[in-house]
Ligand binder design. Structure first.
Ligand code: PEP
Length: 252
């Protein structure tokens, strides 16, 4: 049985005041959510204080990105050893905003994935197609290429301690959600791709869906057999919505 995971990606949002009120809301309701792991991924500068706030709760801390290098002259970057030191358990790599707005390709994403694993942290590897790629019927090839870049560098065994997030780019922040069946088809394909190399790892790996998941549409998505949770953007900034998704995951 795969335990569901719901991770909130706060992106470039928040202030001390806003984060305090969001965390108060999440903490107040998290006791009702049994059976699903929950994580929040604040901007780097707030990681330490959010970690303190999460003390005594089951909520894990994650980061939104990482440098592929562990230390050195890389101005503006944050390393995996630093993320470990401040208490992160998860690190998102290859988010489509990193890939498409900052030109991060498959190779760099794979090296970030490796940097996260070197510290014993859990990478959440994002994969997903652009709208044009879906229209061209190449969704499966795109996702396979993104996954293969990591498998080539780190081996399929790396997925024993990693999470995959399928995030169709056309659904992120647009309000357009993949239908449960559209998402399930790609999740199944990802699991089959891993199974062709190692069946046990494929059976155990958590594959999250991301792309305009909300309280209202979460149950349908999370009921699908290969959808093991969600990576949540916009809805993770509203405590009630985030908790509703986590509750749906716990039941899914
Ligand atoms: C995301 O950016 O990972 C995401 C899923 O965003 P949203 O939920 O806002 O579509």
């Amino acid at each position: 049985m795969r335990q569901p995971l719901v991770a909130g990606n706060w992106k470039l949002n928040g202030s001390r005041e806003r984060i305090q009120s969001l965390l108060d809301g999440i903490k107040a309701g998290i006791g009702e959510v049994n059976n699903a792991a929950v994580a929040v991924c604040p901007p780097f500068v707030y990681l330490s204080e959010v970690k303190t706030q999460l003390g005594g709760t089951p909520i894990a801390l994650g980061a939104q990105d990482v440098c592929e290098q562990d230390e050195g002259a890389f101005t503006g970057e944050v390393s995996a050893p630093m993320l470990k030191e401040v208490g992160c358990e998860y690190v998102i790599v290859g988010h489509s905003e990193r890939r498409n707005l900052y030109g991060e390709g498959d190779d760099l994403t794979a090296r970030k994935f490796a940097a996260v694993r070197r510290q014993g942290l859990i990478p959440i590897l994002c994969v997903g197609e652009l709208l044009i790629e879906r229209e061209q019927g190449i969704t499966e090839q795109v996702v396979a290429r993104q996954l293969d870049a990591v498998i080539e560098l780190e081996g399929v065994e790396a997925h024993a301690d990693a999470v995959v997030a399928y995030e169709p780019v056309w659904a992120i922040g647009t309000g357009m959600t993949a239908t449960p069946q559209q998402a399930q088809d790609v999740h199944k394909h990802i699991r089959q791709q891993l199974a062709s190399k190692d069946e046990a790892i494929a059976n155990d790996v958590q594959i999250l869906y991301g792309g305009s998941m909300k309280g209202e549409n979460a149950a349908g998505l999370l009921a699908m057999p290969d959808i093991d949770g969600g990576l949540i953007g916009g809805a993770s900034l509203k405590a009630d919505d985030f908790l509703a998704i986590a509750a749906a995951a716990a039941q899914g």
